[in-house]
Write a protein that binds this ligand. Sequence first.
Ligand code: SAH
Length: 215
Amino acid sequence: MEVKFKEERDKLVRHLKKIGYIKSERVEDAMLNVQRHLFVPFDEIKYAYEDRPLPIGAGQTISAPHMVAIMTEYLKLKKGDKVLEIGAGSGYQAAIISRIVGEGGKVISIERIEGLADFARENLKRAGIKDVEVMRGDGSLGFEPEAPYDKICVTCAAPDIPEPLVGQLRVGGRMVIPVGRHAQELYLLDKGEDQIVKRKVGGVIFVPLIGRYGF
Ligand code: SAH
């Protein structure tokens, strides 16, 4: 079984590289090494290496692998980065980030739904990933005690960019966030000394961010 999964995973990664979604070695390494089948419900395991989102319960989904590759490339992660994720879901995206930032780094992931926060923690444990802290709460408020963050990765779509998240981003840091009330676009937000630069990089489809600065 593990051998079959490894072959399927290698094939998926080769495909994502070929079509240009995986660009860097660190994202390639992370996607080759984090086992996506450990992050999906039992009934979905057979689809774990197809390039599409899968249901994880409570009406939520684990993002398609190409979307994880795109988001992770845009984050421009470095070893040692402290990263805040909004929307832990299955824990897969957090696992990918953790693999790249390494032991000196840290990932804090906030999940609104208790059952999914537990699901993410269990999956991360099974996958042997230790440097991710999953917390239940409204991620649109960020998590002030650990701020500032080098990077912020939002995996649910917000009506507007939540102000607290901009505040908790380090100067020189980057946030990747889907924004939109109907059609959604992926935004990159770069926080400089005295200006904030926002760039739209393409249309996306994510579940809604529900919370104080959400829907
Ligand atoms: N990154 C996840 C994707 C999960 S889908 C993965 O790799 O599997 C997005 C998640 O965002 C859902 O689990 C949803 O419950 C959560 N979410 C929505 N609004 C939220 C909020 N305000 N705070 C935290 N999580 C939220």
